[in-house]
Write a protein that binds this ligand. Structure first.
Ligand code: UD1
Length: 430
């Protein structure tokens, strides 16, 4: 099993290209289920979650092919299957994204219930409630969601929480439904807007994606499309923090600052210089020890929960005290105990972590627990004195396209190694 070894203290300098967004690529691949014919997606990131989606689609009978750098062709014309099995869903909750489009296309879908995950219970009740309003019959049987509908019918929907994948699932179910669907309190994340743009390229009629009210007028049929997936705002934010924590000077290429306003505002507040240049290039300069600042995670356009762990890593070396409040997921502080092993000073009180910045972290053996937690440990390792060894690094590969390679190219002393993970298991048991 792979691990990551980092010798801290190197300054990051140079240029790096931001990859396509995980959270936009996965719904794009799900949308291909709505079309009988080959769809091509460019700017796709190389990730374990994309591999899992490939397995999901191939399991249904789809043809899935990487055709060079970042380009995937998916043809779902020949699908016969309707099931997303437990083994795949349990490794990636976003598998639930096939529920809406598969139901719309095949009239039925069986998707394993995702169950809990490291960062909280994460139910899918709002996805199911919405699909029922569109006319689906839903049963829960043997750990599976069984959905059935001869033809879905448009309806007014209200989401109690602006769920991101829930909004996407319902949009995909509604695009070929009969009549009009209005989703109120929809998620406003840029990835929802990107999915709407893909569906529109396929011939769907959608207005308001990216706002809290999305209106979808059902069409009979969608057509194959070609679409470039948006750049990953979380990867960009992570790299910005990396520059800030190493007093670096880097240039991000293909960075959409308009998707990162809350993050950029906070990073500027604490003293990181972020300057937009031309053609999606952004210069990031870390100039000395950062100041402290508080954050509260919120749905977009608020501060993203997917940047909380990385911002906490930054605050561990800030000058002062910061309060980090997690409002989206109930158990998303798994990185705290690992950061503390690196000499961070953090106290958790309910949904808030109080971080007292220290002048220097100290490299240690730590364990990745989920995707963004692993990123925070990598960041901490870059800034720490001495060696940091991160086990269970497969979490990082789920959602970052070659982060280790990118950091190494910027001058970090970081590499992947084979670790004896049994040693990690033992440490957890103690
Ligand atoms: C998506 C992102 C994930 C990000 C999260 C929040 C993808 C593939 N994943 O996850 O990276 O961290 O948005 O920005 O895009 N909830 C319910 N019932 C539901 C659905 C959600 O109670 O039916 C709750 C969740 O438990 C959570 C909150 O709503 O507390 C937001 O979750 P949601 O927006 O659904 O997250 P995901 O779409 O799973």
């Amino acid at each position: 099993m792979k691990g990551i070894v980092i010798e801290g203290g190197e300054r990051l300098v140079g240029e790096v290209r931001v990859s396509g967004a995980k959270n936009a690529a996965l719904p794009a691949l799900a949308a291909a289920l709505l079309v009988e014919g080959p769809c091509t997606f460019t700017n796709c990131p190389r990730l374990r979650d994309v591999d899992t989606f490939q397995a999901l689609l191939e399991n249904l009978g789809a043809r899935f092919q990487w055709q060079g750098q970042g380009e995937i062709e998916v043809d779902t014309a020949g699908i016969t299957g309707v099931t997303a099995p437990y083994d795949l869903v349990k490794t990636m909750r976003a598998s639930v994204l096939i529920l809406g489009p598969l139901l719309a296309r095949m009239g039925e879908a069986m998707v394993s219930l995702p169950g809990g995950c490291a960062i909280g219970a994460r139910p899918v009740d709002l996805h199911l409630k919405g699909l029922q309003k569109l006319g689906a019959e839903i049963e829960l049987e043997h750990g599976y969601i069984k959905a059935r509908a001869k033809r879905l019918t448009g309806a007014p929907l209200y989401l109690d929480i602006p769920t991101v994948t829930g909004t996407e699932n319902l949009m995909m179910a509604a695009v070929t439904a009969e009549g009009t669907t209005v989703i109120e309190n929809a998620a406003c994340e840029p990835e929802v807007e990107d999915l709407a743009a893909i569906l529109t390229t396929m011939g769907a009629k959608i207005v308001g994606a990216g706002t809290s009210v999305v209106t979808i007028e059902g069409v009979k049929r969608l057509r194959p499309a070609r679409y470039a997936v948006m750049p990953d705002r979380i990867e960009a934010g992570t790299l910005m923090v990396a520059a800030g924590m190493t007093r670096g000077n880097i240039m991000l290429k293909e960075c959409r600052l308009e998707h990162l306003e809350a993050v950029v505002a906070k990073l500027r507040d604490v003293g990181i210089e972020i300057t937009p240049l031309k053609n999606g290039e952004v210069r990031v300069v870390g100039d000395g020890r950062v100041r402290s600042a508080d954050i509260k995670t919120l749905p977009y356009p608020g501060f993203p929960t997917d940047m909380q762990a990385q911002f906490m890593a930054l605050m561990t070396v800030a000058n002062g005290l910061s309060a980090i409040t997690e409002n989206i997921f109930e158990n998303r502080f798994m990185h705290v105990s690992e950061l503390k092993r690196m000499a961070a000073d953090i106290r958790v009180q309910g949904a808030t972590a109080i971080v007292t910045g220290v002048p220097r972290l100290s490299g240690a053996q730590v364990m990745a627990t989920d995707l963004r937690a692993s990123a925070s440990l990598v960041l901490a390792g870059l800034a720490a004195e001495g060696t940091t060894v991160i086990s269970r690094a497969y979490h990082l590969e789920r959602g970052y396209d070659d982060l280790v390679g990118k950091l190494a190219a910027l001058g970090a002393d970081v590499k992947e190694v084979d670790l004896d993970e049994d040693a990690g298991e033992q440490r957890q048991g103690v």
